[in-house]
Design a protein. Structure first.
Length: 91
């Protein structure tokens, strides 16, 4: 049996395969980073939207209370009558 010569360098094809894989990894890593930034920004926007929703719900509840108080006040002032809330007429 003859003695095999030990290779000292990868073939061009092997080196190209490695470089190609490295480029794909870099591309995917970059795309993942971009998506994480988009997700982060959307998450912040969603937090702001949820804050607004909470504020409007609070205002809505407050308006309901005011309406209830006003109706009670009107019924106290004008007992036993129907109030037309469009025209203000009593019947």
């Amino acid at each position: 049996m003859g003695k095999m010569i030990k290779p000292t360098k990868l073939t061009d094809e092997e080196l190209q395969k490695i470089k190609s894989l490295q480029e794909e990894f870099q591309l995917v890593t970059f795309q993942l980073g971009e998506l994480h930034i988009i997700e982060f920004n959307l998450s912040n926007q969603l937090k702001e939207i949820n804050k607004e929703i909470t504020n409007f719900r609070s205002t809505y509840t407050s308006l309901q209370e005011k309406e209830k108080e006003l109706l009670a006040e009107l019924k106290s002032t004008y007992p036993d009558v129907n109030i037309n809330f469009e025209t203000g007429e009593l019947s």
